[in-house]
Design a protein around this ligand. Structure first.
Ligand SMILES: [Mg+2]
Length: 606
């Protein structure tokens, strides 16, 4: 072999060994564990020795081309073989020790790669979950915000009508007052409630009452500007803030608009009912500088509107507060009146128009007020209704009337039927029939000598419950009459179906019979209808001979009123019975008509 070829071969060998060494070094840098393994030292040592041997023996073969040891050819030979054997031995040993580690490392890398993939999958899964959780969180957050908004709305609005409630109303009013101060303006507060609302709630039920409030709220909103506030304070009480009003006249225009908006009937569950409203008006800053004062004054003005016959508006005047204080005092006195036995009954005689005899009496409540003297019912009965005292007081009236009637019978006086007025609330109490039965038993009065007067309001709805209650009373044997007949807007169909004995024509119609032809026509029609339905008919508030003559001519069965007697206390009525006082019916023109009129000879069952 040529020396140049030997050198090239040697060079190639050195290059290969150096490449392997560099590869090993590169691997050890990537995997430090490899360089720490004993096999690693062996490999490097083996390589070094092989390299050393070859470098030393570049003159392999004859030693002539050796760079370093040519002068010692025998030594070169030993070194050459020794280094070759040792180097390769160490290389083999090194690879033998080192390869499993490489395998392990590969396995570990594969496991690591698997673990990495699993981790990535896990991370992707977790990211997805996080994303979903995030979305859910965002949704929950929005939901919560919505709920919070709804709760804030609910905290400041009335659930039934969605109008601002008392808290928001106060807030808006104080804000409006500050605005009025700033711009030197006036504002009006209108306080109103619905007349006869309680009766509608009691007779048509709470659902109808709620519907009425909702419709009323809508109508009120339609009467004011967008910038004004309509609020519901509770029950049937509404308030309106009218900002920037010029003067009282401007506030009055709004109040009248509200009253007019109530003139249309309300349709509640198929029933048309007429509801009016009473409005109290107060102006800021004229009538008060504080929010509570304004509200109190508007409330007082509203009560004044009610006292003035309802369905109107009134402005606040300072005397109204005095009236409100008096009302409070009256209420307190009323609460004690039953215990202090300040109530008494007066009896208004009822006269049979055929015989002229006294055949009954209507028990009328009076209050002997310690300071004011004898008070008429219209001065305190509305308060009894409002305070709920009507139930215990009504029960007292029933018991006292029965006891008194029985006492008269026990004294041998001609038996009469005593009539007791029942309020709507009394009628609707659950155990009314049981109460009446126990009072009759307790007092020993036969049931046929008791009559209960109910109002048409009760029959606004011909409910099964009301019919059942009336039937239970009738089964007891008591008589039932409709008081103030003709004033209650009710349907007449109930007259046929319900167990009613008597119609009492309201005195407002009786008053009119000799004044105008319409009044006379209404009364004639009621009497004719009652006769056809075989109902007893009584005219209330008969005061003049002319009225009496007309009623006799039309065939009315009974009358009560000043033309015969005013209401009497128990003693005076007893005297009247004892003396056998009776109405002397004039024969003549009236009697003549009695005989001629086709329905003039009433043959009542009663
Ligand atoms: Mg009555």
């Amino acid at each position: 072999m040529l020396p140049n070829e030997v050198l090239a071969l040697k060079g190639l060998k050195v290059a290969v060994v150096l490449a392997i060494a560099l590869a090993l070094l590169w691997m050890s840098r990537r995997e430090p564990d490899l360089s720490r393994h004993p096999g690693w030292g062996m490999l490097l040592t083996g390589l070094f020795i092989v390299l050393f041997g070859d470098v030393l023996n570049l003159g392999f073969g004859d030693g002539r081309h050796s760079l370093w040891v040519a002068p010692f050819p025998e030594f070169t030979e030993v070194t050459r073989y020794g280094a070759w054997v040792l180097g390769n031995l160490l290389l083999a040993l090194g690879f033998w020790r080192w390869l499993p580690l490489v395998r392990q490392l590969k396995q570990a890398q594969a496991a690591l790669s698997d673990a990495n993939e699993a981790l990535e999958r896990e991370v992707a899964q977790r990211t997805l979950e996080l994303k979903r959780a995030n979305e859910q969180l965002r949704h929950d957050l929005e939901e919560r915000k919505r709920t919070e908004r709804a709760m804030r709305h609910m905290a400041h609005h009335d659930a039934l009508t969605d109008l601002p409630n008392r808290a928001l109303f106060r807030d808006r009013l104080s804000h409006a007052m500050a605005q009025a101060d700033r711009y030197h303006q006036r504002l009006a507060v209108l306080f109103l409630d619905l007349d006869r609302f309680k009766a509608i709630n009691d007779t048509l039920g709470h659902n109808a009452g709620d519907q009425l409030l909702r419709i009323a709220a809508e109508r009120l909103k339609g009467c004011v500007r967008e910038c004004d506030t309509v609020a519901r304070l509770g029950g049937d009480e509404f308030t309106v803030i009218v900002e920037d009003v010029e003067d009282r006249q401007a506030a009055a225009v709004v109040a009248q608009k509200i009253i007019d908006s109530f003139s249309q009937p309300f349709t509640l569950h198929g029933h048309e009912v007429f509801v009016t409203t009473s409005v109290g008006i107060t102006l800021y800053p004229d009538d008060g500088e504080h929010l509570d004062t304004l509200l109190r004054n508007a409330d007082a003005a509203m009560y004044r509107a009610k006292d003035c016959g309802r369905n109107n508006y009134q402005f606040y005047v300072p005397e109204m507060n005095t009236r409100a204080r008096e009302r409070l005092l009256l209420e307190n006195a009323l609460r004690r009146a039953l215990v202090k036995e300040e109530f008494i009954l007066h009896y208004q005689p009822r006269v049979d128009l055929r015989s002229g005899n006294v055949i009954g009496a209507e028990a009328l409540l009076r209050w002997r007020h310690p300071e004011r003297g004898l008070m008429a019912p219209d001065e305190f009965v509305p308060l009894l209704e409002e305070t709920g005292l009507i139930l215990p007081v009504g029960e007292w009236v029933l018991r006292e009337a029965c006891r008194q009637n029985r006492a008269w019978q026990d004294k041998g006086l001609p038996p009469v039927r005593v009539a007791v007025n029942l309020s709507v609330r009394q009628f609707l109490q659950r155990d009314l029939a049981a109460l009446v039965a126990s009072v009759l038993e307790e007092t020993g009065l036969p049931s046929s000598f008791l009559e209960l007067e109910i109002t048409e309001e009760l029959l606004l709805e011909h409910s099964a419950a009301n019919a059942a209650a009336l039937n239970r009373l009738r089964e007891l044997g008591v008589h039932i009459s409709i008081d103030d007949f003709g004033t209650g807007y009710s349907s007449l169909s109930y007259l046929k179906r319900l167990p009613i004995h008597t119609l009492k024509i309201d005195q407002s119609f009786v008053r009119d019979i000799t004044l105008d032809s319409d009044g006379a026509a209404i009364v004639s029609a009621i009497i004719a209808m009652a006769c056809n339905l075989r109902l007893n008919v009584l005219a209330e508030g008969v005061e003049t001979e002319a009225q009496l003559a007309f009623l006799r001519a039309q065939g009315c069965n009974e009358i009560q009123g000043y033309s015969f007697s005013r209401p009497l206390d128990a003693e005076a009525f007893e005297r009247l019975l004892r003396e056998g006082r009776r109405m002397h019916l004039l024969q003549g023109l009236a009697g003549y008509y009695v005989n001629l009129m086709p329905f003039a000879n009433p043959t009542s069952r009663h």
